[in-house]
Design a protein around this ligand. Structure first.
Ligand code: IPM
Ligand code: MG
Length: 353
């Protein structure tokens, strides 16, 4: 198993180190794991004047999977677009063809009171957001800011081909078969033609999955339903832009974005695994960050890329037991619990394994 490790910026290096510790447990038991580090994001801009430098491109192409921390920070926000950390992330997704972004939003029973919603609304929440990741307005041409009729004019293009829609719908239906067999496809077909096509293709693909129930929802309503009655959802599937927004919303239902992993997969289950949260520059370098989302991302890597369900669940169970013991990083701390550092949280998971 060749794993490219990209710690990135901010808290990235601290949280990735904990996930690597967890992988090293498996390595010490005889699993053949090779890890190699490279730069992505702001650190790569500093070192190589490129957020996704050639050495990193080579490494990730040769690897079976990529483990990523987080990229970005305020010091790069005014850089030209090509030299921003986020650009590195978008390029790695596109270059590796990682079109399927899986973002689970699971509420751990121990963390029910971390949510800003009432316990009865969120208890038992388990949603999987399937976000298309290499198309849509994110990558559409033409795009830009130019002068037209004597004033500045900004424009982007939303587009999807039928085949791009079809393949992500297949991922969603496939995932639903392993869960509660419900897919909600989110679009804005009352206004946007591009998403009318999305809607129509979803209906076509659904015919191949008679055992899975397909519903459609407009994105504005979906945003509302997510806070009103989130437990109505099993799998939600949507395009890149809507998925970006809805997945942040869904993650906060759990009250703890520091807990949520993600997987971005290509056609052959090669994947990039990263926590759903950002680089948290305010707490970087202080050993305060919650490494659990990154550790759970490593579990997703074992499940999806290496088809090792046993060790994936073993890591997830270790995380649950650590929570049951009241061990908490600052972001999920409540009175009466034991507050620990990022490193100590990693150690606790390792010990529990
Ligand atoms: C995400 C992030 C990225 C995105 C940014 C950092 C480019 O918000 O992974 O959701 O918009 O896809
Ligand atoms: Mg986002």
């Amino acid at each position: 198993m060749k794993i490219a490790v990209l710690p990135g910026d901010g808290i990235g290096p601290e949280i990735v180190a904990q996930a690597v510790k967890v992988m090293n447990v498996l390595k010490s038991e005889g699993m053949k794991i090779e890890t190699e580090e490279a730069l992505l994001g702001g650190c790569a801009v500093e070192a190589a004047k490129d957020p996704f430098p050639e050495a990193t491109q080579k490494l990730v192409k040769a690897a079976d999977a990529v483990l990523l921390g987080a990229v970005g920070g305020p010091q790069w926000d005014t850089n030209p677009r090509e030299l921003r950390p986020e650009r590195g992330l978008l390029r790695i997704r596109k270059d590796l063809g990682l079109f399927a972004n899986l973002r689970p939003a699971i509420l751990y029973p121990e963390l029910v009171s971390a949510s800003t919603l009432k316990p009865e609304v969120v208890a038992g929440l388990d949603i999987l957001i399937v976000r298309e990741l290499t198309g849509d307005i994110y990558f559409g041409q033409p795009r830009g800011i130019e002068i037209r009729n004597g004033e500045r004019y900004g424009f982007n293009t939303m587009h999807y081909s039928e085949s791009e829609i079809r393949r992500i719908l297949h991922v969603a239906f496939g995932a639903a078969r392993k869960r509660n067999r419900k897919v909600c496809s989110v679009d804005k077909m009352n206004v946007l033609e591009c998403t009318q096509l999305w809607h129509d293709v979803a209906d076509e693909v659904a015919k191949e999955y008679p055992d899975v129930q397909l519903t459609h929802m407009l994105v504005d309503n979906a945003a509302m339903q997510l806070v009103k009655n989130p437990k109505q959802f099993d799998v939600m599937v949507t395009g890149n832009m809507f998925g970006d927004i809805l997945s942040d919303e869904a993650s906060m239902l759990t009250g703890s974005i520091g807990m949520l992993p993600s997987a971005s997969l290509d056609q052959n289950n090669k994947g990039l695994y990263e926590p759903s949260h950002g680089s948290a520059p305010d707490i970087a370098g202080k050993d305060l960050a919650n490494p659990l989302a990154t550790i759970l991302s490593a579990a997703m890597m074992l499940r999806y890329t290496f088809a090792d369900e046993a060790n994936a669940s073993r890591i997830e169970n270790a995380v649950r037991k650590v929570l049951q013991q009241g061990i908490r990083t600052g972001d999920i701390y409540e009175a009466g619990m034991k507050k620990v550092s990022c490193t100590a949280m990693g150690d606790a998971v390792v010990a529990m394994m």
